[in-house]
Design a binder for this molecule. Structure first.
Ligand SMILES: C[S@@+](CC[C@H](N)C(=O)[O-])C[C@H]1O[C@@H](n2cnc3c(N)ncnc32)[C@H](O)[C@@H]1O
Length: 410
């Protein structure tokens, strides 16, 4: 879900075949009616609720509709839609990690790769195909688990991954994964956390406190409105910066005290307590191994930046940034930067060790270097792969804004 590929796309290569689809362009006025009805009966709703309905309504939500959302003919690119090299490189890295665990203590039969947010199953196919070709012994003995609460998306994934059937298993939530004993191996998500519903807060200079933006109707349109109080799950986080900063406690509280007076009136900050809770639950499910996410976001120093007063919430349609985020619910993607500081702390609360938060380009470059040192194990790089690598790592494209957060339980 990135904008960075909107310009100069022709200089770079993209995957030719993307998502099975009927094509874009159909309105979903019923979804707008559902939201209008909810507001008419219960009053203004939070931004998080608006996103939840717009993106995940079981029949009409943006991510539920059987139309092309990702890729060249969709609304945005992901690393997956850019190239199968992305999945191949992840598979190489996952295999190294899994073999390390297996060599240390455990029979490989007990290992899993868990992908959350697998959408149409394209990345799973790329990873599984590479493992089947390049690591047949490992492939024959590991399980690929997909975590997806949507029965409809599970159907798309089952369709695409039919050929790997004995190796793939589906779960609707972390509770089901806990019931089978948790995960030993790798849990990962590509561009999932940026798709979680966010609360939109703003700073009031006069009141010296945060308030929350909600959504109400104005005729047929949806518009922003100030809510009378913060949502409970956001208020529980106390001052956003203090909540972010609790690792170094007092030092960061002091930093916040210095920052608050210079924040412009109306300065917007998004909070995603559900993403942090989700990550903490994922971390709790990891018995031994790695937990990683690849996404765009901000680290601690970037989250509250007075020079960026309007926040990061945005909408995309046909690879264009849409000015009205609330327009045409269900027809456009809505997304916000991941708060990596909050997510990192969530993993640490579940006693994971943080290995690194680095740019995706550096992460992939390191993997690429290792594949080149072991050509027999990855295969010789083709010129097509070299071009795909450039697209994944070039600063004008996915290289600049994407990061990788890696945590582990040894
Ligand atoms: C931006 S798409 C990314 C798709 C894919 N990972 C890629 O990189 O191309 C985000 C996907 O995460 C799914 N999703 C949202 N919330 C989820 C959750 N709680 N668990 C699993 N998947 C979720 C969405 O429905 C959507 O398919």
């Amino acid at each position: 879900m990135t904008s960075v590929l909107r310009q100069e796309a022709s200089r770079f290569v993209f995957r030719r075949v993307t998502v099975n689809s009927e094509g874009n362009g159909k309105d979903s006025p019923a979804l707008a009616a559902i939201l209008r009805d909810e507001i008419a009966h219960g009053g203004p709703i939070t931004c998080a609720r608006f996103m939840e309905v717009a993106l995940y309504h079981p029949e009409l939500g943006y991510y539920e509709r059987d139309h092309k959302t990702v890729g060249q003919r969709g609304d945005f690119y992901t690393s997956v839609s850019v190239s199968e090299l992305f999945g191949q490189m992840l598979a190489f890295q996952f295999a190294e990690w899994l073999e390390e665990i297996a060599n240390r203590q455990l029979p490989i039969a007990n290992l899993q790769i868990v992908e959350a947010g697998a959408h149409d199953g394209q990345l799973a196919e790329d990873v599984l195909h590479w493992l089947q070709m390049r690591r047949p012994d490992l492939f024959a003995r590991l399980e690929y688990w997909i975590l997806d609460p949507s029965p409809r998306r599970q159907l798309w994934q089952r369709d695409r991954l039919n050929k790997f059937a004995p190796r793939v298993r589906w779960f609707a939530n972390w509770g089901e994964i806990h019931q089978v004993g948790g995960v030993t191996g790798v849990i990962f998500a590509n561009e999932l956390l940026d798709a979680f519903p966010v609360h939109r807060l703003a700073w009031s200079v006069a009141e010296q406190q945060w308030f929350e933006w909600g959504v109400k109707t104005a005729g047929e349109r949806f518009i922003w409105t100030r809510l009378p109080q913060l949502s409970a799950n956001v208020a529980a986080l106390r001052e956003p910066a203090v909540a972010l900063n609790n690792r170094y406690g007092e030092l960061r509280e002091r930093a916040w005290a210095n920052l608050a007076p210079v924040l412009p009136d109306g300065f917007v900050l998004e909070r995603t307590p559900r993403a942090e809770l989700w990550w903490e639950t994922a971390a709790q499910s990891l018995r031994i191994g790695k937990l990683l996410t690849l996404d765009y976001g901000h680290n601690l120093n970037e989250t509250i930046n007075p020079t960026r007063p309007t926040g990061t919430l945005r909408a995309y349609r046909n690879h264009q940034l849409v000015t009205d985020i609330l327009a045409d619910p269900g027809e456009q993607d809505i997304t916000a930067h991941v708060n990596f500081a909050g997510v990192t702390l969530a993993g640490e609360r579940a006693k994971l060790a943080t290995i690194e938060l680095i740019e995706q380009s550096r992460f992939l470059t390191r993997v690429a270097q290792r594949t080149m040192r072991r050509p027999a194990s990855f295969g010789e790089w083709t010129s097509e792969q070299a071009r795909q690598f450039q697209t994944l790592t070039h600063p004008d494209h996915l290289g600049r804004s994407f990061s990788v957060l890696l945590q582990q339980r040894a």
